[in-house]
Design a protein around this ligand. Structure first.
Ligand code: PLP
Length: 391
């Protein structure tokens, strides 16, 4: 019997959730609130669209293949900005541009793991990380988190085996929203180095961290690149989801391995997307700071309005970046509850069961709200609808 790679994992969760909408009509006075996906729905700001149109017309190279590891000017801009914002030194040849952050993860894992190896993921996890490990024949080793939804390096230490190749963290976290303390990341880096495994840190949501200054000190270690592989996405910061631009920051030796993967899969990252990302880095600093303030205001609306839900037995387990992670009070699994919420409350969100293996407890009582596309008044409406639910 053969077991094709793709048969080793589950179907894309966001697509599955979209199917719950089929055949459901939403009354005019109760339009659908879609808090299922963490992608900005608005286009980039008009000035960026104008710049992109200009690039399409006037820069012939945008239509051609480019370097596998990305546009030199964008790699240099990331290196320079990272060096300033994290302290320590990141050089342009330690930066590769990828076709989105998901591809950055896939490439990093391909450079680290063989069939049968193990990667430790805190649960709840970002489901695409799990899916890629499944399809790579790599075992996901679930790491439980504390009541604050933050994993502990001491707990991870007990899970390390001779087959462990990496620990992969997401901070600020998807799905829990929590921002991992600098000390937590530092402890994980120490643990990873001691055991000769990689520490992957996916910082897709770094631009929306509520803390000022660097979120961790990992790059200040002059030898950071013997352990750390950092992943980033331009999707959220500049609303470029459809243009597919991300980055991996790692040692030059690892990037030489990653280059093989990228050359074979996409040959080069999207040329227009890369130029747009560079234009964004050069011109949209103030705009991005305003976007961050708006996301922080929405986060505040979640905590301010939460008493409405708390009164009905709900708990807020984590909140930050684009996400609120909730515990519901009903005696049914979140997997069954989520489609009911579409029908009875006009709310589309994802159940906790999508973020953890079936045999790990917790997901059945948990739900993720991705709040980046709903403003403070929608958040009040959302909680009102959930509070009124009686099953
Ligand atoms: C933690 C995390 N990593 C990666 C991605 C994918 O980003 P990209 O669009 O850059 O592939 C997402 C998107 O939701 C995410 O939440």
């Amino acid at each position: 019997m053969t077991h094709p790679r793709t048969s080793q994992t589950f179907a894309p969760p966001v697509m599955e959730a979209r199917r719950w909408l089929d055949g459901v009509t939403h009354p005019a006075d109760r339009p659908l609130l879609n808090v299922s996906q963490a992608a900005p729905v608005d286009p980039p700001p008009p000035a960026m669209c104008d710049a992109m149109a200009d690039i399409i017309r006037n820069d012939p190279a945008v239509h051609l293949y480019g370097p596998v590891l990305g546009m030199p000017a964008l790699r240099a801009a990331v290196a320079q900005q990272w060096t300033v914002s994290y302290g320590g030194t990141v050089t342009a040849d330690q930066v590769a541009i990828t076709s989105g952050c998901n591809q950055a993860f896939a490439a990093a894992i391909a450079s680290l793991c063989a069939e049968g190896d193990e990667v430790i993921l805190p649960v709840p996890y970002y489901f695409n990380h799990r899916m890629w490990l499944d399809m790579s024949g790599v075992h996901t080793v679930p790491l439980g988190v504390g009541p604050d939804m933050v994993p502990r390096a001491e707990d991870a230490a007990a899970l390390i085996t001779p087959r462990t190749r990496a620990i992969a963290l997401v901070s600020p976290n998807n799905p829990c929203g929590v921002e991992y303390p600098a000390g937590t990341l530092h402890a994980f880096a120490d643990l990873a180095r001691t055991h000769g495994v990689a520490l992957i840190v996916d910082e897709t949501y770094r631009d929306f961290d509520s803390r000022s200054g660097a979120p961790h000190d990992l790059f200040t270690d002059p030898h950071w690149d013997d352990t750390l592989i950092q992943l980033y996405s331009f999707s959220k910061a500049y609303r470029l989801t459809g243009h597919r631009v991300g980055a991996v920051i790692a040692s030059t030796a690892r990037l030489a391995e990653i280059e093989k993967f990228l050359d074979t899969v996409t040959i080069c990252p999207n040329q227009l997307g890369q130029r747009a990302a560079l234009w964004g880095m050069q011109n949209l600093g103030d705009w991005l700071a305003d976007q961050r303030q708006e996301i922080l205001a929405r986060r505040a609306a979640i905590t301010d309005n939460f008493p409405t839900l708390a009164a009905q037995g709900w708990k807020l387990l984590g909140c930050g970046a684009y996400f609120a992670y909730l515990q519901h009070p009903f005696g049914i699994s979140s997997a069954d509850l989520a489609p009911i919420l579409v029908q009875q409350a006009g709310v589309l969100l994802l159940p906790g069961t999508m973020f953890m293996p079936d045999d790990v407890a917790g997901g059945a009582s948990q739900l993720r709200i991705a709040f980046a596309n709903v403003d403070a008044s929608d958040i009040a409406v959302l909680f009102d609808r959930l509070a009124k639910l009686h099953l």
